[in-house]
Design a protein around this ligand. Structure first.
Ligand SMILES: C[S@@+](CC[C@H](N)C(=O)[O-])C[C@H]1O[C@@H](n2cnc3c(N)ncnc32)[C@H](O)[C@@H]1O
Length: 429
């Protein structure tokens, strides 16, 4: 599988070098991301022969893509002509069909928007445990609790777990799981980072969002954070460094600069028996600007976890789009410094945000989300976080845990917030 879809090997792939031996990748007529010299992704990730920059980020972005994104970033307003005119030769030879050309243009637009968000305070306004927007924080804490339940259910059974995040941004989960595997007593910066957070921020309904756990230390083998924005990833590494988790970088935490749509491959033998979970968190799926890219991202997730693995996707629910307290106008208005301003009111009325930095954010109905999973060959269960209840598009269930002792937000607000979160969870057959 490739992010340009199946077809004849293109010059794009011929321009990609094997991360291990630096020779051009040979896809033998079947585009595939497996290297000729080493057939496994994880082995490649661990191999120090892999191209790693001075901050410790693995580079898998084909050079032309990175160059175009950087150039487009500088000339945002003329972005579309830039891609079609200046690089038309490259795009045309990369893949002849119009569909694939459009796919590439969409991908580049999304990359440019992500890079812009990284520079426009994404961490500060959307991720930071203290300063981020309140709606973002609540969504994220809820999502973290949900994911934790899933990861814990395996760790508690002494299964070894590998977590892959497609679109890891500035490192929310990398920091969170880093804090699980490294004891603050051995790590002063981590201890002071946790001290600096009030219990409100690092405990959620009495459950720690962060915190060392010896069982995790033993069984949590690897978190791979994949992102195509160099700005987001370098911030992730900077934050990991600030909290004293730098030693885990390229050890148990693997930040990779790459397009999430193009993964396929086998894991190294020592990781084959682990349970794989892939998360596409906090609206990342809705940030892909076409269904084709969404389906490809899910296919990539499916391929990464393999049979028996789990794919978890958390997005915003269309049911909450117009809600005055948790809906789109309020949320995007509050974080406009980061996401930019609305450019297409007509699309906005249909539940799609498009902004002047090129950002797309589409909120999903259960039906639309299920349809995208179906195209990727998965049948997920849609949930609000209570594992025993399923959203069927009509009823919305609540999460008892989420409601217990919640002093930070009143119950009616929680009910509205639950409306905003749609989590799909699929086990790969
Ligand atoms: C909405 S942010 C979420 C960040 C992080 N997952 C979190 O929840 O805190 C989306 C992130 O995914 C990245 N991203 C989106 N689509 C991607 C793709 N197709 N491949 C790689 N990264 C992607 C963006 O660069 C951005 O950092």
């Amino acid at each position: 599988m490739s992010f340009l879809g199946a077809g004849s090997p293109s010059t794009l792939f011929q321009q990609m070098l094997c991360p291990n031996c630096r020779s051009p990748l040979d896809f033998n007529g079947q585009p595939h991301f497996e290297c000729q010299t080493e057939d496994c992704l994880a082995h490649q990730l661990r191999s120090k022969a892999f191209p790693v920059d001075e901050t410790g980020i693995w580079h898998l972005l084909p050079v032309p893509l990175e160059a175009i994104a950087r150039e487009a970033m500088r000339r945002l307003k003329t972005f579309a002509p830039l891609v079609t005119e200046r690089y038309s030769g490259w795009i045309a030879t990369a893949e002849s069909s119009e569909v694939q050309r459009l796919k590439l243009v969409d991908l580049l637009r999304d990359m440019v928007a992500a890079e812009a968000m990284a520079k426009r305070g994404y961490y500060r306004n959307v991720v930071d445990w203290v300063s981020a927007n309140e709606l973002a924080q609540r969504h994220e804490r809820y999502e973290e609790l949900f994911l934790d339940e899933r990861v814990r259910s395996h760790i508690d059974r002494s299964e070894d777990v590998v977590l892959v995040e497609l679109g890891c941004g500035p490192g929310r989960y990398l920091i969170k799981y880093g804090s699980r595997v490294r004891s603050p007593s051995r790590n002063e910066p981590l201890a002071s980072f946790l001290d600096a957070l009030s219990p409100k921020h690092w405990e959620f309904d009495d459950r720690p969002v962060f915190g060392f756990d010896p069982t995790f230390e033993k069984h949590f083998r690897l978190i791979v954070g994949i992102d195509y924005s160099p700005g987001m990833l370098s911030q992730a590494v900077a934050h990991l460094t600030q909290v004293g988790l730098h030693e885990e970088v390229n050890n148990r935490i693997q930040p990779i600069l790459a397009v999430g749509q193009r993964f396929a491959g086998k894991w190294s033998r020592d990781l084959r028996d682990t349970h794989k979970i892939c998360i596409i968190a906090f609206q990342t799926l809705g940030n892909q600007s076409s269904d084709t890219l969404r389906v490809d991202l899910l296919k990539s997730a499916k391929s990464l976890v393999g049979p028996g693995g789990e794919v978890i996707v958390s997005v915003n629910s269309l049911a909450a789009w117009g809600d005055k307290d948790v809906g789109a106008r309020r949320f995007y208005g509050q974080v406009s410094e980061t996401v930019g301003s609305i450019t297409d009111e007509e699309a906005f009325r249909r539940g799609v945000l498009r902004t002047n930095i090129g950002l797309t954010s589409e909120w999903f109905s259960p039906k639309a989300l299920l349809a995208i999973f179906a195209r990727a060959g998965m049948e997920p269960t849609l949930r609000t976080g209570d594992r025993d209840r399923v959203i069927d598009g009509v009823s919305l269930s609540s999460l008892p845990l989420f409601q217990s002792g919640a002093s930070y937000v009143d119950l009616p607000m929680q009910e509205r917030l639950l409306k905003k979160i749609l989590i799909a969870e699929a086990r790969v057959a």
